[in-house]
Design a protein around this ligand. Structure first.
Ligand code: ATP
Ligand code: LTN
Length: 335
C-alpha cells in the first residue's frame, strides 16, 4: 500500500480575536495564508473570543464580531468542508488545558512578553490576570490539537516560542505528550505598518481610522486612506529601510499584485508618489472586493454561520478530548 495514503496529515492551527474590525494587516499577515494549507493539512481556524475578553468588550459587539470573524474566514477562501472553523469558547478544553499550562509557566516568562507590556500600558485601568496569562491560553489552543504549523504575523513569534518552551517542559517532566509546533511567518507580509505612522504596526485597535485599512472598507475609503498615507519628501518609489512609508506601501502593493520590488520600482520610475498611491489603492480595493461581496452574502445567513460553528466545535472537541485525556493521566488526575 502507498505510504503517503497511510501517513496522517500534519496539523495547522491559528486564531484571530473578534476584538475589532479586521485590517489588511490581519488579512495579508495571517488569514490570506490560511487557505494554502487546506488541501494538505488538517486545519483548525479558531475565533478566539476568550482571548478577546482580556480587554473590555461591549457584549453585543463581541457577539456580532464573532459571527463576522467566522464569515471573514470563509470570505477569505476557507471552505468549511475542508477546514475546521470554530469558536474557542465552544470547546471547553481550551480553558481546561489553559489552566493546567498556567501551572507549567513561570511568572518571569509571562512578565517578559512584549504584548503584555504594550497592552498593560494601553489599558492601565484593567491589567487583569487574563491579560497576563493570555500566552498560556494561546499555548493551550495550539498544543490541544498536536499542531505542527502555526501561521501568524511576526508579532506573535514570542508567544509561539513560549508555547514551544511550555510543551518541551511538560514533555520533559512526563514523557512525550505534545507536538512541538513551528511558526509559519511569511516574510513578504509579516508586518504591515500603520499608514499614518509607518514605524508602528497597523492594528485593528488603533483609534486613528485613517492609519488603518479595514478589509471591509469601501473603495472610496481605501483610496482616500492611501492618498493620505505618510511617505517622505524624496518622491522616488524605492524600497529602503530609511523610507518606511514608501516601503510599507510597496509591500502592500506587492502582496496584492504579486509584482517584485524591482518590477514596482521600474513601473514607477520617474513618476511621483501621487501615481503610486493611486495604484496601491486600486490594487488593494480590487483585491478586497470579492472578499467584501462574499462577506455580505455570508452575513445575511446567520443560521448557516451557526451550523458551521457548531460542526466545527464538534470536530475540534473530538481532537481536543484525546489530548486532554493524555494530559490528565500524565499529571496524575484520577481519570
Ligand atoms: P489588536 O490590535 O487588537 O492587538 P491585531 O490587529 O494585532 O489586534 P489579532 O487578532 O491579535 O489582531 O491578530 C490576528 C493575526 O493577524 C495574528 O496572526 C497577527 O500576527 C496578524 N496581524 C495583526 N496585525 C498585523 C500586521 N499589521 N501585519 C501582519 N500581521 C498582522
Ligand atoms: N494571540 C493571537 C491570537 C491567537 C492565536 C492563537 C494565534 C490566539 N490563539 C493560537 C495562533 C495560534 C493574536 O493576538 N494575534
Amino acid at each position: 500500500m502507498n505510504e503517503a495514503v497511510l501517513a496522517p496529515k500534519k496539523t495547522v492551527f491559528s486564531g484571530v480575536q473578534p476584538s475589532g474590525n479586521l485590517t489588511i494587516g490581519n488579512y495579508l499577515g495571517a488569514i490570506k495564508n490560511f487557505s494554502r494549507f487546506s488541501e494538505e493539512y488538517k486545519t483548525f481556524y479558531c475565533v478566539v473570543d476568550m482571548h478577546a475578553i482580556t480587554v473590555r468588550q461591549v457584549p453585543a459587539e463581541l457577539r456580532r464580531r464573532t459571527y463576522e470573524t467566522l464569515a471573514l474566514y470563509m470570505a477569505c477562501g476557507l471552505d468549511e468542508k475542508k477546514n475546521t472553523l470554530f469558536v474557542q469558547s465552544h470547546v471547553p478544553e481550551h480553558a481546561e488545558l489553559g489552566w493546567i499550562l498556567n501551572c507549567y509557566t513561570m511568572f518571569g516568562e509571562l512578565s517578559r512578553m512584549t504584548q503584555f507590556k504594550d497592552k498593560s500600558a494601553k489599558h492601565a485601568q484593567n491589567i487583569n490576570a487574563g491579560l497576563f496569562t493570555y500566552p498560556t491560553l494561546m499555548a493551550a489552543d495550539i498544543l490541544l490539537y498536536q499542531t505542527d504549523v502555526v501561521p501568524v504575523g511576526v508579532d506573535q513569534k514570542q508567544h509561539l516560542e513560549l508555547a514551544r518552551d511550555i510543551a518541551t517542559r511538560f514533555n520533559q517532566a512526563y514523557s512525550d505528550t505534545f507536538k512541538i509546533p513551528e511558526g509559519f511567518i511569511p516574510k513578504e507580509t509579516m508586518k504591515i505598518m500603520s499608514l499614518a505612522d509607518p514605524t508602528s504596526k497597523m492594528s485593528k485597535s488603533d483609534p486613528n481610522q485613517n492609519s488603518v485599512v479595514y478589509i471591509l472598507d469601501s473603495k472610496d475609503d481605501v483610496m482616500r486612506k492611501f492618498k493620505k498615507a505618510v511617505t517622505d519628501s524624496e518622491a522616488c518609489v524605492k524600497y529602503s529601510e530609511d523610507k518606511p512609508g514608501v516601503s510599507n506601501l510597496m509591500s502592500i502593493y506587492r502582496a496584492f499584485t504579486g509584482k517584485t520590488f524591482e518590477e514596482i520600482e521600474r513601473e514607477f520610475e520617474g513618476k511621483g508618489y501621487g501615481d503610486f498611491k493611486l495604484a496601491v489603492g486600486e490594487a488593494c480595493a480590487d483585491g478586497l472586493r470579492p472578499v467584501r461581496e462574499e462577506f455580505a452574502r455570508l452575513m445575511a445567513d446567520k443560521a448557516h454561520l451557526e451550523s458551521v460553528m457548531k460542526a466545527g466545535a464538534e470536530d475540534a472537541h473530538h481532537y481536543a478530548m484525546r489530548t486532554m485525556s493524555k494530559v490528565k493521566r500524565k499529571i496524575g488526575f484520577v481519570y
